[in-house]
Design a protein around this ligand. Sequence first.
Ligand code: GLA
Length: 387
Amino acid sequence: MTLDLNVRFKEVFGNKADYQFFAPGRINLIGEHTDYNGGYVFPCAITLGTYALIRLRQDNVIRAYSENFSSDSIKTISLDNLNHQESENWTNYIKGVVYYLQEQGYRLPHGFDVLFYGNIPNGAGLSSSASFELLVGTAIKHIFNFHIDMLELVKLGKRVENEFIGVNSGIMDQFAVGMSQENHAIMLDCNTLQYELVPVDLGEYTIVIMNTNKRRELADSKYNERFSETRQALAEIQEHLPIQTLADLTMEQFEKVKHVLSTDTLVKRARHAVSENQRVIEAVAYLKENNLVAFGELMKQSHLSTELDYEVTGKELDTLVHTAWEQDGVLGARMTGAGFGGCAIALVHCDNVEDFKTKVGKIYTDTIGYAPDFYIAQTSNGAGFLE
Ligand code: GLA
């Protein structure tokens, strides 16, 4: 594949590429919609991701081409005009990264030609956008020898998402894409950014990623709605308790204070944020003890909480996950990422994987009207230079 991309680069830009970079996608094992509520998450990077091939230019122009949007011609970005343009979709991510790098003093001396290729399904909740942000950031750092560390690039990627693109997302995706290590998941405290790399040894089990193949048109606005709801819940609780984030609450504290919330919806949203945070702490402890059965049970509870309290799943994800629970050799399953379509994950015994795919695939197709896709998750290192 790498070879083909080199050939493609030459076809598109008429010359050989000088550098290659890769940034992974991610799955989140547990801890959904907790990051922007100051809680824990537990993601890992996966080998599906985004590639960039680059050749330096002498002028101040970036010319970008994406194999995934090949109906678009080569896009030209001038380093003198990095304004967000609604019609430009994917190139806005490049502009955003360059814009904030320059604002932080990392001035690009000149432009480059870049070809992108991603094998993360777009909009599937596997962080194709964070992968793209970290890919561009890592590549620019490397080709211009900028002394900027990965954590700064992670924060910069989040800023692109929040301020340039306009999604109030937390830091989980960029952190997982930037900081992951193969065979590990990251238990990240999104409040302090302290983290622990936890070995993921699933023995005879494997993680199957299940893609609903549902397009997520409303995802960003619904996402921002959940963000506002939990901010509102926090503000109402803060009138009675001195907490900084919803994740500061234990379930017992929440049960005592929930009556101050003005609507049932806010109770549900806040309950998810609090309970999910507790589940991450327990789940990581179980994984360390190799108790995959208990880990799987928490995956199930986590899904139910995103379904019933946070209401970010929908028929497609629920069909996949509920069907997965019923299959032989399955210890747990849940949605992963933002929700509203996108992907779910299941912890499946290796001997049962083929049967699992056939059965879940059939029931899903009969119920929803189109087929899901399945991928076996393999963990990956974070974004970097490819030799
Ligand atoms: C998206 C966001 C993350 C996180 C998840 C839900 O992936 O980018 O910051 O909030 O949704 O856990």
